[in-house]
Structure formats: C-alpha cells, structure tokens
Design a protein around this ligand. Structure first.
Ligand SMILES: Cc1ncc(COP(=O)(O)O)c(C=O)c1O
Length: 457
C-alpha cells in the first residue's frame, strides 16, 4: 500500500467514525436485530485465499457492522455500568494505534513508560490514594481485582512464612477470604483463578442496600483477606470502610477494595461521606472504561505496598534485560499489551481534577433526578440513590420484565434488567460524559410512556 493510499484509508476511517458518532443522537440505542442478522449472514463466508483491498474492508465494516452496534457511546445508554469515550480519548486511541507500541517494558516503549508513570501518578492524586502505591493498567476491574488479590494472597501467606510464588498453594496455610453477601460476581471468578475458591469464602450478611453489615463481622484468625465493595452494582451503595478497615487491620488482614465504578467517588468532595475510610485499604481495583470514560478496555489496579505487587508479578527471562527503569510487566499480569495509559492520561488532562469531579457529580445528580421522576410517576424505586445507580420495578416480575423488553426494543434508551432483593427490576446506570440533562428527560419520558402504553397506567 502506498502512503497516499494509507492516508486516504485513515481519513476514510476518521470520517466514518465521526459520522457514526454524529448519528448516535438520532438512532435507536439498542442493536437493531435485523442489522445483526444481516451482519451475521454477511460474515458467513469462508476465509478468502487471496487479499481484499483495505478500503472495501472498511466500507464493509461500516456499512454492515455500524448499524448492528449498540449505541453505548451515546448519551442515552444506561445499561450495565458503561462509560462513553471522551472525544480526546478516542482521538488519542487512534494515534496510539498508529504508534502500535508494545509497552511491557521501558525499553520496548520509553514513551509509553513515561506516559504510564504520569497517568498512574495522576490517578492516585485524583483518587486521593497514597502516592507510594504501585499500579497496573489491565483489561478491566476483573483483572484489576485479580492483580491486587494476587499481591494480597502472596503477602498474607508470606507473613506466615509461606512462599506461594515458589511453592504454590499445595500444603499452604489456609487463607480466610471475607466478602460481603453482595460482592460482585466477577470477584468469585477472581478468587477461583487465584486458587482461593469461590465457595470457601466467609460471607458477611448485607443490609437492605447491599452493604456489608459492620455489626455482623466474623472473628478473624490467621492469614486473611477482606474484600470491600465501593459501589454495589445494583444500588451503588458502599461497604462501611470506616468501620471495617480498622477491624480488619487490627487482625493483620489485607483489605482490598473492588471499586469498579464506585472508586471514582473518591475524587468528589461532595461524596466524601460515602467513601470515608477507603484510602486506608491495602489495594484498590477500578475501571477507567467506566467512569473515567476512556475507550474499552482499561482497568486500574493500585497496591499500597509497591513491593507486594512487584513480588506477585515480577518475571525474569534471558532476553528481558534488567533495567533500572520501571518495567510495567513487573506489575501487571500481562506482558505484551496495548498503551492504555495514553487514553487515561488524555482523559485526566482534558477534564482536569474539576472536570472529573463535575462529570461524576453531574451523573449522580442525573440519577437522583431520574429516580425522583420515577417515584412521582408512581414507580417503585428500590434503592437509596446515593451514587449513579437507580433500581426500579414496575409491579410484579412479569410486568417489570415486559417493560424492560419494551424499553430495550423501543430504542429511545437502553437499560438492563437485574434481580434484587427477591424481585426482578430494571437497572439504570448513569455513567457517561455524553449524557445531558435533556437525555435524562427523554429517558424519564420514555420509561413513563412505555409503562403506560403497556399497562395504561
Ligand atoms: C463492582 C464490580 N466489580 C467488578 C466488575 C467487573 O468489571 P469488568 O467487567 O470491567 O471486569 C464490575 C462490573 O460492572 C463491577 O460493577
């Protein structure tokens, strides 16, 4: 391909991407089932023996796949906990794609090593976490929790004289893992991947909002990891860290925080009560692809004891010449990886501290406004809306599920379903920079109209 053809191709990609984003406001939010079916049919072809020209590949992707996508980059997507991508992060992502840096070590990409160091420093600053903590940028909160809990596991066993790195878990002293009754489902997968078992956890009962009950904590003895949750995936509630962390530390336990989206509340002075005590934990996992609004994928693991993270993740190899620089592969579960730090740095630089706080507080205000509107319309808001999450039911489970299906098919907004406190419910998560107050009014009107269309209420 000539450089002229390459330029045309990249400009075409940029034009198509811009047109896609510009059309988001007009299109249905959910994936169009007919477009998905057409795409699947079009893809049902044998691998070609010969080449296909690049421009026609891009045309195919745009014409066949763009209409089949979920419009989660727009302001009216409230499914799961999904951030959009700030424009500067998308642009930075394109540039970083051109760089195609492998950022496993300093020498493999000195530029990305510098950007990653700056991004991690700003993350700790904006989240008010200890400046000496070490970090890793990984795929998401699942792997961020894995990274932190690997450091936790190795450390609590090292404290009783067991080298899990060398000897594995066979014959190791048992580790008590304490979780709340509403710990996120991915945390159990992480525990299983770490050999700690999904089912041998000690479960602390939760209160009505899904918070660990500080009055029901177990007696602790021996190597222990306590997993707190900052942001219940349904209610958005926070475990009471101020009470739990001193209790856990008094028993020598490691405290980890799963703050996939809730950890971002640490940036906001207005949410200080919610996050009280959280900076005192030993490790924190979060997602930048949620509330920092960078493109997928990007999780962040931070560990107070930098050596603990390094001990769990360091590798050596003949071709990996030791340097006196920070080599990222000694802190992450992966080795070769993409330059996630570019988008993290770009997001923090473009928002600034105040911009990040404003985005978080705006989304929280929007969630409260939605909840108030739903209550006024007579619907059951099931949670105390302390953050960006609203859980709402529309009568019995059958009615609620019918409304969720109608809303998803209607295209005006998209929300996911959940099961909470014995009831099926709809979850609304307001997590995007792109969500305007007008989008919230549209969402409210769409929900109220959908219920009354179906049930005449
Ligand atoms: C509390 C919590 N933990 C972990 C996760 C997993 O995050 P990811 O899908 O980015 O790995 C989520 C996702 O919503 C979450 O809400």
């Amino acid at each position: 391909m000539s450089s002229h053809e390459r330029n045309l191709l990249l400009r075409d990609a940029a034009d198509r991407a811009a047109a896609y984003l510009a059309a988001l406001d007009e299109r249905a939010v959910g994936a169009d089932p007919d477009a998905v079916a057409r795409l699947a049919k079009a893809l049902d072809q044998p691998l070609p023996n010969g080449p296909t020209d690049a421009a026609s590949i891009l045309t195919f992707l745009d014409e066949a796949a763009s209409p089949a996508t979920v419009a989660s980059a727009g302001g009216r997507y409230f499914g799961f906990v999904t951030g959009g991508a700030l424009p500067v992060t998308l642009a930075a992502n394109v540039l970083a794609g051109a760089w195609d840096q492998n950022c496993f070590s300093y020498v493999s990409s000195p530029a990305i090593a510098c950007i990653e160091a700056a991004a991690l420093r700003w993350l700790k600053d904006v989240l008010r976490l200890p400046g000496g903590a070490e970090g890793a940028l990984c795929t998401g909160a699942t792997m961020a929790n894995f990274t932190c809990l690997a450091a936790a596991r190795n450390t609590v066993l090292a404290d009783v004289g067991w080298d899990v790195d060398r000897d594995g878990l066979f014959g190791a002293p048992a580790i008590n893992v304490v979780v709340g009754a509403e710990a996120h489902s991915t945390l159990y997968k992480v525990l299983s991947m770490l050999g700690l078992g999904r089912e041998r956890v000690v479960t602390v009962p939760a209160d009505a909002e899904g918070r660990m009950r500080a009055d029901a904590l177990p007696h602790l003895d021996g190597p222990t990891i306590v997993c707190l949750q900052a942001g219940n995936v349904n209610s958005g509630a926070f475990d009471p860290a101020e009470e739990i962390i001193p209790w856990a530390h008094a028993a020598g336990a490691w405290v980890h925080v799963d703050g996939a989206f809730g950890l971002w509340a640490l940036a906001s002075p207005a949410l200080a009560d919610l996050v009280a005590g959280y900076p005192n934990a030993d490790s924190w996992g979060t997602d930048a692809h949620k509330w920092l609004n960078v493109p997928y994928d990007c999780g962040v693991a931070l560990v107070r004891d930098a050596d603990a993270l390094a001990r769990a993740m360091t590798i050596t190899g003949a071709y990996l010449i030791k340097s006196d620089q920070r080599d990222a592969l000694n802190f992450t579960p992966d080795s070769s990886r993409r330059a996630r730090s570019v988008e993290v740095w770009a997001a923090l630089k473009s928002l600034g501290r105040n911009g990040l706080v404003a985005m978080i507080e705006r989304n929280c205000r929007q969630a409260r406004h939605l909840a108030d509107g739903l209550r006024i319309a007579g619907h059951d808001v099931l949670n105390d809306v302390v953050l960006n999450q609203v859980v709402v039911a529309f009568g019995d489970d059958a009615k609620t599920n019918a409304v969720i299906s109608d809303i998803q098919a209607g295209g005006e907004i998209w929300c996911s379903g959940t099961h909470w406190h014995g009831r099926d419910a709809m979850r609304i998560s307001v997590s995007s920079w792109a969500t305007t107050d007008a989008d919230i009014e549209r969402a409210l009107a769409a929900i109220v109209a959908t219920v009354s269309r179906r049930y005449g209420e």
